[in-house]
Write a protein that binds this ligand. Sequence first.
Ligand SMILES: *Cc1c(COP(=O)(O)O)cnc(C)c1O
Length: 480
Amino acid sequence: MESLIFKKSKPGRRGVSVPRLDVEAKKLEQFIPAGYLRQSPAALPEVSENEVVRHFTRLSTMNYHIDKGLYPLGSCTMKYNPKINEVVASLAGYRDAHPLTPDSLAQGALQVMYELGECLKGITGLQGVSLQPAAGAQGELTGILMVRAYHNAKGKPRHKILVPDSAHGTNPASAAIAGFTTVSVKSNEYGRVDVEDLKQDLDDEVAAFMVTNPNTLGIFEKDILEIQKAVHEAGALMYFDGANMNALLGIARPGDMGFDCVHINLHKTFSTPHGGGGPGSGPVCISERLIPYLPTPTIEKEDDRYFCNYNRPQSIGRLHGFFGNFGMHVRALTYILMHGKEHLPDISKNAIINANYLLSRLKPYFDYPFKETPMHEFVLSGDRQKEQGVKTLDIAKRLLDYGFHAPTIYFPLIVHEAIMIEPTETETKENLDAFADAMLAICKEIETDPDLVRNAPYTTPVRRLDDALAARKVNIAYKG
Ligand SMILES: *Cc1c(COP(=O)(O)O)cnc(C)c1O
């Protein structure tokens, strides 16, 4: 365990040696009133420079992160974040831009946002965009508020949102926050939306159908054109949870599938930092019929000038201070331009190949409960291992000892003992094989020494925490 830097302190030890002053130093009292001066020196650790560097380097690797290794957290698209993104985002003109700079002096920043918006419209096949939402979930709320405004403007408010039973929890939550009740639609044996069940739920109270495609099982909703026809005929709109865009880049566009609204997670598909490394960014792209309701300001272009348009009388208003998380916009645009139109499809093709390769290696040892081939991620069931007395949670914990981050577990809710794996396109075959080997080694351990797995992890800075308590009563105090 790494000790506090204060414990490494030795009186008189210095980080750097500087020459003695050869001019007469002015007394501090000449600048600062005596009453504000310390009576005794601050209690700072006295350490050498290399001790500082080593201490913080060790601390930075106690937690798991994408720069350390494979991070197969399904649905989260934990791809490697190219460092060029950081270089561009830290250019002074972007980094130091003040959000209240007048449009005429912020043309470059406005152009970045405008062009990112154009790229996202092209990628989704839609006509309008807002970069304001700070995460996928807030993108959902933005989209659903626009859906509500659309129905209200037609003079026929609607009160229900349909959501498949495989949906991410944020979908029903966003609908509820926007004032809707949600109705759950069943999945079939292929892991797809049960179209007949959906049709039975469609009536003139339904405002929208909200679906992820490929869905949270990683399976493409093949019936999407039939679904969009039925939904639109019922006067409802189509909402696309774009968290899984990493499977579709340059291959298929939600706009062409009949969707009216899509949110995109820049921190997933477009490689901006994620989770604790955030903040996130969840732009929404929309079809013509929702354009009047976009949040203000919209970033627009007239001749070759860019400007913020606040004059949008039917707008749902603001969802974020200023423009959203601008630093993420710079990173995402860098990533998109770096690949270019030509290479964007390679991202998704490689993500799909990687997931299917890993599935083929794991399928003999775990249950794969669906008849369909997945795209960029897949969901296994740990039922077989559960019968041997070891839960999915235990397998996830044991993986930490093998040096991997655990996959997403117990989601989607419709799969028993779910293990949801998304390797992303940024991993080599060697890394995928090492992960598969670790999973198979754990399967062997379950047969020979199940307690070894049940009590894991052994090698992490903390052992097994009480998940619920650890989140509610955060304990970050050092006890050395
Ligand atoms: C990640 C995710 C979300 C929510 O996005 P955040 O940016 O975490 O708010 C919604 N739906 C799906 C399917 C996701 O994977």
